[in-house]
Write a protein that binds this ligand. Sequence first.
Ligand code: IPD
Ligand code: CA
Ligand code: CA
Length: 255
Amino acid sequence: MLTDLINISKDAGSIIREGFGKNNAVEFKTDEGNLVTEIDKKTEKTIIDFIKKSYPNDSILAEEGGNNKGTSENLWVIDPLDGTTNFTHGLPLFAVSIGVIRSKDIIAGVVYDVMNDIVYSAEKGSGAFANDKKIYVSKNNIIGRSLLATGFPYNVKENPENTFEKFSAVTKSARAVRRLGSAALDICHVAKGIYDGFWEVNLNPWDVCAGMIISKEAGGIVSDFRGNEIDIYSKQILVTNGKVTNCLIDLLSNN
Ligand code: IPD
Ligand code: CA
Ligand code: CA
């Protein structure tokens, strides 16, 4: 299955790369901050057509609505283009994210960094990879030496869960905090040891499903802001290298 995931994410990535920098039709989902392009839809259709052909009994949960209720235990969770705002503005930071759940357990995931041609992948119990290379979270245990990342949800103007207060508190404690606009890639950058941690509120299952297994298989810890275990439907996510976890839990749960 992992080979299929890798191949289909690369096929999807080719469609995105082909469309990058072109004048694609854009629609607003809820407001002018929440975009969907014709490329999001075309990419999702390609992935779903493949699943329907190769895994006809599996269920599908996909961001742009291509859902399917199957009879098997497998659920494919798909973000065809994570980082649509970056894509639309010509910033080459976006990914295809596909995770597979079997009876509540995430069993495999891929995140394809389209413009850098890096496939992050993991299967339960087999470690995490960036292309063919095994990846691990960082070893840093000092918050003041941490490079961290976060994102702001589409309802950021309502300041859900004190988004700005948390951002401010963590920024004052860390070496630096980045906000690059693709949650799936952010989580993989924790898995690869680039970031020491990442947090965000109000993400959707398709933003986090593949990243959750990739970061866990790389040695990372995934929880809510109090350190409780989460599933893909959680409205808080904290991903760390396991060494700055307590300090981040302290900052995020008290601000
Ligand atoms: C978004 C990105 C972004 C995050 C948003 C997501 P999309 O996904 O992951 O980093 O901050 O909350 O919705 O809409 O580009 O697929
Ligand atoms: Ca997304
Ligand atoms: Ca998306």
